[in-house]
Design a protein around this ligand. Structure first.
Ligand code: ZN
Ligand code: ZN
Ligand code: FE
Length: 759
């Protein structure tokens, strides 16, 4: 007897080849009916034998299309059969609710790659080849449902051949919304920086230019890259000087894993990360004496490599056989360019040529950045290829929440049910252009995921632009302020899908504390609702406010003064010999008068101070540089370490500074002192955690905050804690840095609402 059932599949099911998959399975089982994308996901109406329907559903659950993620399958049974004559794929239905997880952008698949280099294929060397399993998604979607007319491909009228594929359910381009070919699709163009088009084979010419040491701005998936030959010292130097980027490392792209091997050590897990469809930048340990100039990534021991992810990249590497620098197309700290006009305007002083195309990018997304830690991925920047996929949570968001995130490395988060839509990396909000991405991004996500937030969560810092935005929101009445480091710990808990109480260690640069001071070296007993500050690094003056962040010598001097008194100036140290006495004495009077010297308990600043003391860095030109270089220089074996002093709830770093100075005076190498300092911090964490766990009978530890991007510290501390039988949680799906704050804010706000609080 013919049965009819309706199946509603939710999850990442649109734009991932779901309907053709359903079509071929249904046809194989002689099931009739319809499949369509609707605003909630995919709806399948099936008629046929009951056991065939069962089999069909089981197969869908156990073996779904590779790029899809099924969140739920709902089944309505025993419907009146409609007598479908066949099985068909129906055009999208935009009625009803609009909750559709939009897929992230996907790197070119193997099938498309084969066609790209197949001389007999009609898309041979076509730079915009894609199919239902690959291609741009999030970056071209303007509206839901995901249909061609709602993407930036709208203006390209399909040719007959493309349309035939698009309409054929058995074709691998069936309803591939960005599908195109040479005849009907986007085109590549090469311009010089005066805007004059250079006629000919754009890819071949670009390769010649790159080979001759030129800089080429390349429009990609989520924005523009600035590219140059990574093995050419002059080209790299020129790019640095034109971009006003002194030392911040450049990302690299190479043709394959094998092409990276001469330069870096790559583990199996790192291979998997490099080759994943998200194609993130993977930070790899560089091999000694490799041919990549130091100027690509000065002062550090890692190189950030990614593999080609757009057909254009594959075409370039088909004739360019060295790695390319592929750094974001911007000046200094501005956000990456993604619109043609702004790229022309902002990049023409940096680049020699533009390799561009006429497929508009709707949403700017930077490349994602990831590391491998103990065989697990650890995101440092979650963006292209990963966003906007939701972070699944173990708990349920009772009301829909907008969390506005932090100021630097901002992401926002819209949350509902068990999904936290953590945005792509927005960037530092101090820039007007970035602030616009933030506000427009929130509107875009609200529309895409049909979330109208009832609650807004924000950071306590009154000067964060994300905070000001939250406070100015007129249409949301419930506003919940959340302490920065509580958000860090909660973010780590949500990341690991754990609940209940943890010992939370939040070490970072700076965050606004409940006492109005700048926190950043904090131990909590925390759950999602509350965080009790148990122990923290003693406050020191952040001498000169924001300038102290850019100039680590200031904190080094502050710590020396606290440790040795004024006589620190008589120490026979390179740091003292280099110290500008005049600047110090004016700084010292500022400290005495308490002018522009807010108290801080930041562990990030202590790393800066030690870096300054060891004369590795007296000033920095990118965030975290002093600490990053301190880690880089550290010999990864310490034969000793220093003890912090713990007085009640305060940790004093003075004994550590004293011992480091003694080591310097004893001519212990800087690499060994740096190592001892790292180990000292790891032991500090162990000791404080041991103390709290004895008092409170807890054995779970969550580590969060930017300091835990320090891989050697993270390795030392997780090992020490695990040896003492602690369960240790570190970040994976969202960054330990402020990019993870929005997720933590959403989790805390939700927990407070659940117990009727909105404080
Ligand atoms: Zn493909
Ligand atoms: Zn075509
Ligand atoms: Fe932070």
């Amino acid at each position: 007897m013919t049965k009819r059932a309706q199946i509603i599949v939710r999850g990442t099911v649109q734009g991932v080849g779901f309907r053709p998959f359903v079509y071929s399975h249904a046809s194989r089982r002689a099931l009739n009916g319809r499949v369509l994308n609707n605003a909630t996901g995919v709806l399948i109406d099936l008629e046929g034998d009951a056991s065939d329907i069962d089999h069909f559903i089981r197969e869908l659950e156990s073996n779904p299309p590779p790029l899809s993620t099924i969140e739920s399958i709902e089944r309505l049974e025993n419907l009146v059969p409609l007598g479908y004559p066949d099985f068909q794929i129906v055009e999208s239905d935009s009625a009803g609710r609009k909750f559709v997880p939009i897929s992230a952008d996907v790197a070119t698949c193997d099938d498309c790659l084969r066609e790209l280099f197949d001389t007999s294929n009609r898309r041979y060397r076509y730079p915009f080849i894609n199919c239902t399993n690959c291609g741009p998604r999030f970056t071209i979607i303007e509206r839901v449902p995901y249909d061609r007319e709602n993407t930036t491909m709208r203006s390209f009228e399909m040719c007959n051949a493309c349309r035939a594929e698009y309409e054929n359910p058995l074709d691998r381009r069936f309803h591939a919304e960005p599908t195109a070919c040479e005849v009907c699709g986007p085109r590549l163009c090469l311009f010089d920086c005066e805007g004059t088009e250079i006629l000919g084979d754009a890819v071949k010419m670009a390769v010649e230019l790159l080979a001759s040491g030129k800089i080429v701005a390349i429009k990609g998936i989520g924005g523009f890259h600035l590219a140059c030959d990574a093995l050419s010292k002059p080209a790299v130097a020129q790019l640095r000087s034109r971009k006003f980027r002194e030392d911040k490392p450049f990302a690299l792209m190479a043709q394959s894993v094998a092409a990276i091997q001469p330069y870096c050590r790559i583990s199996d897990h790192e291979v998997a990360l490099l080759e994943s469809p998200a194609r993130p930048i993977v930070l790899l340990e560089r091999k000694r004496g490799n041919a990549i100039p130091r100027s690509v990534a000065p002062g550090i021991n890692t190189l950030g490599f990614m593999l080609p992810y757009a057909p254009l990249h594959h075409l370039l590497f088909d004739s360019f056989h060295r790695p390319l620098v592929m750094t974001s197309g911007n000046i200094s700290d501005e956000p990456i360019c993604f619109r043609d006009a702004e790229a022309n305007e902002r990049l023409h002083s940096i680049t020699d040529y533009f390799l561009v195309h006429d497929r508009p990018i709707h949403v700017r997304t930077d490349d994602s950045v990831v590391r491998s830690f103990n065989g697990r991925e650890m995101l440092l920047r979650r963006s292209r290829g990963l966003a906007p996929a939701p972070i699944r949570t173990a708990f349920k968001f009772e009301r829909s929440i907008l969390a506005c995130g932090a100021e630097l490395k901002n992401t926002f988060c819209l949350a509902r049910k068990r999904s936290a839509f953590v945005s792509h990396h927005i960037g530092d909000l101090e820039n007007l252009e970035t602030l616009r991405s933030f506000t427009e991004g929130i509107e875009h996500y609200k529309h895409l995921f049909d979330i109208d937030p009832e609650v807004v969560a924000y950071d306590l810092h009154p000067e964060y632009l994300s905070t000001k935005f939250a406070l100015a929101l007129a249409d949301v009445s419930t506003k919940i302020p959340i302490q920065h480091h509580h958000a860090h710990v909660a973010s780590c808990m949500a990341d690991n899908e754990i609940d209940g109480e943890v010992i939370g260690v939040a070490f970072d640069g700076l965050g606004f504390g409940l006492d109005g001071k700048l926190w950043g070296g904090e131990f909590f007993v925390a759950d999602f609702r509350d965080a009790e500050r148990e122990v923290h690094l003693a406050n020191v003056p952040l001498a000169g406010g924001a300038r102290a962040i850019r100039e680590p010598w200031r904190l080094a001097a502050v710590y020396l003064q606290r440790t040795f008194g004024e006589s620190f100036l008589e120490l026979d140290l390179p740091f003292i010999r280099q110290l500008d006495r005049k600047r110090w004495s004016s700084l010292n009077s500022m400290i005495a008068a308490g002018v522009n010297c807010p108290g801080t308990s930041s562990m990030g600043r202590l790393f800066d101070a030690i870096s300054g003391l060891l004369t590795l860095r007296s000033s920095v030109n990118y965030e975290g540089q002093a600490a990053i270089e301190l880690e880089a220089v550290a010999e990864k074996v310490a034969n000793n370490f220093y003890e912090f002093r713990i007085d009640g709830d305060e940790i004093s770093a003075e004994p550590v500074v004293r011992r480091a100075v003694e080591d310097l005076l004893d001519d212990v190498p800087v690499s060994q002192i740096a190592a001892r300092f790292h180990l000292s911090v790891a032991h500090l964490i162990l000791n404080v955690v041991l103390r709290i766990s004895t008092e409170r009978h807890m054995n779970r530890v969550a580590l969060s905050g930017g300091v835990f991007q320090n891989m050697w510290l993270l390795e030392c501390v997780t090992q020490l804690l695990r040896e003492s039988d602690f369960e240790v949680f570190t970040h994976s799906r969202v960054p330990a840095n402020d990019g993870g704050i929005s997720l933590g804010q959403a989790a805390v706000a939700n927990a407070r609402l659940q117990c009727g609080r909105s404080d």
